[in-house]
Write a protein that binds this ligand. Sequence first.
Ligand SMILES: [Zn+2]
Length: 92
Amino acid sequence: MICLIHQANYLLDRQIAALERAFIEGGGYSEQLAAARLAEREKSRSGGAGQIPSCPQCGRPMVARTARQGRNEGRPFWGCSGYPECKGIVEN
Ligand SMILES: [Zn+2]
């Protein structure tokens, strides 16, 4: 009986160790993701205003447009080059 408990403890310990390892690896992974995100942001910032965004909906390059009507009238924004097929926009 005692032997069985020891075995269960051993298995639990191993399981917890594996979980901790997975957690640390997972943390490292999301840290890498955050670093990649930061690098990407830095890149687009250094690209400046000449950078053309791609459509969040279909990935096509976007075209600089100016709102002609509605409450945003006169305001520039990025419209999808696939318009009117795709109505993806990016606020400027
Ligand atoms: Zn689009």
